[in-house]
Design a protein around this ligand. Sequence first.
Ligand SMILES: [Zn+2]
Length: 235
Amino acid sequence: MIKNVRRRQMVKARQQELARAMAKRRPAMELALALFIPAGMCVLFFYIFQGPEPNMQPDPIKTYESSLNAETRALLRECPQSDGFDFPVGKPDAKEYFDMRPFGVKNHLGADWNRGFRDDDLGDPVYSVSKGIVSFTGNLGGDWGRIVRVIHRVDEDEYVESLYAHLRDIYVKQGDLVGRGQKVGTIGNNDGRERAHLHFEIRSRVGMPVGPGYSEDTSGYLNPTPFIQRNRSNP
Ligand SMILES: [Zn+2]
């Protein structure tokens, strides 16, 4: 008998405990519902009433480039046809220079051009690898420092973008038309953060973010040296 009473008391206490727990949880659930229902309705409203589709003009630029911002698209339209490619140092054949960290080594996305050791090449000229239009110049700091980017038209609607990093000086600005072998800057050491060298990339996809410099994922990047060797002259 006593046992039964105690059991009933225990069951009752457990039920009260559960009720208290539920009561605690309820405001949180109510808050979640109060937030989610209007948010869901907003999404539905915009989905239904977003209006007519914008007038889609046919674009000569390939599909991935339709995601580019208006500024980059304007640069593409002004971009001259490439007349072939040279190396970015030791014009035109990278004479006296060596690639200390070729593309793909330790997931490197570029080539590291050096002459001599330590800072021997600090201040050496850096050349645009081909005719093109400057798409970006600036000091990004961090692992990048001063960079120049140039877009080159390699075919009717096919472009590549070259990138020159850790520069000491920059001699061009966004929108400048540059020639093959034109001096765009000088080799730097990223303001003393590393030994002087040129980190050089060629991208098959223009307008990408500056990127990580190293990655297993090489989509959008080309191995720059074989690309230049294949394209010394562009008919
Ligand atoms: Zn590098």
